[in-house]
Design a protein around this ligand. Sequence first.
Ligand code: CP3
Length: 354
Amino acid sequence: VVTADDHSPAQNPAADSAFLRACRREPVPHTPVWFMRQAGRSLPEYRRVREGIGMLDSCMRPDLVTEITLQPVRRHRVDAAIYFSDIVVPLKAIGVDLDIKPGVGPVVGRPFRTREDLERLRPLEPDDVAYVTEAVGMLTGELGATPLIGFAGAPFTLASYLVEGGPSRNHEHTKAMMYGAPELWADLLDRLADITAAFLKVQVEAGASAVQLFDSWAGALAPEDYRRSVLPASAKVFGAVAGYGVPRIHFGVGTGELLGAMGEAGADVVGADWRVPLDEAARRIGPGRAVQGNLDPAVLFAPREAVEAQALRVLEAARGLPGHVFNLGHGVLPDTDPDALTRLVEFVHERTVR
Ligand code: CP3
């Protein structure tokens, strides 16, 4: 069993990295940068190694996972790696009939709508994802002083895919269950919380230095509903990994009204998209937590000068905040010019050297 001590500087060569220091709200040599979806279709080397291999199959091959996770670190010199996987991998691992369709996203064979459907969600055992343990071990060896971020989907976002059966704009079936069958809803989220917590534990015990919980679609909820029907499950996940001493990041899109609650769920770092300036986001999150974000990913399609002007706006808003991890407000868009990302990393580093 990994203890907090295993993540001490003596045990973890990444412990003193700019990224982990910023997460802990300690002084940093420069503002650390990484990008959600930094591994993926924006990189030609990614498209090459993925050729002819399905997304979920690639997630189960430690050699491929290691190579794909390292690609953006080599190319962009980002301050952290994010483990290459997908939020639906733990569900696939316990036998849920689902696939990831290119250009669409996760698609579930039979949507979850009734209490009987809960029986399809058994607990996740570390042996179900032995390839994750193996890949994280290979990665931490290769990464040295660069921290590895483990991640999982949050119960609400996972529930949305399971209940809708695929990506959804309005989450109507999900909300129908949340409002109409609150006990079933609570039980579904509680099971998902246990699966998510188990999946994060596997990654941390294998050597991940931080974890991020993606509640990508939580912004679809009113604050009162989020607090009552979603926060308890996400808090259970964060509580389950609290003892490791690794920073816990909580991210969602369109969550301007939820930032305070997302911090209270048990995060050390709260991610914000571009709709709220970072100083205001930090105010809403409150003291004692770092912020991550929040350049609009579409800005990277503008000329270099415009990208730099917008990056400066983010850095200005973050000035004086005790902990800032530079990131996009959501994932890298597939058609992004990778050179624009490399230049952005360099720009943020140059502008923030202390
Ligand atoms: O570099 C990284 O950030 C790590 C890799 C990562 C993937 N998915 C790989 C992936 C991460 C962190 C995720 C999380 C994820 N997956 C989220 C939360 C983050 C977010 O974007 O809000 C969500 C909602 C999903 C569900 C999902 N999986 C979607 C919406 C898609 C895109 C479908 C498409 O093709 O446009 C996927 C597939 C997926 N996951 C891809 C990648 C690189 C693309 C598939 C491919 O390359 O063939």
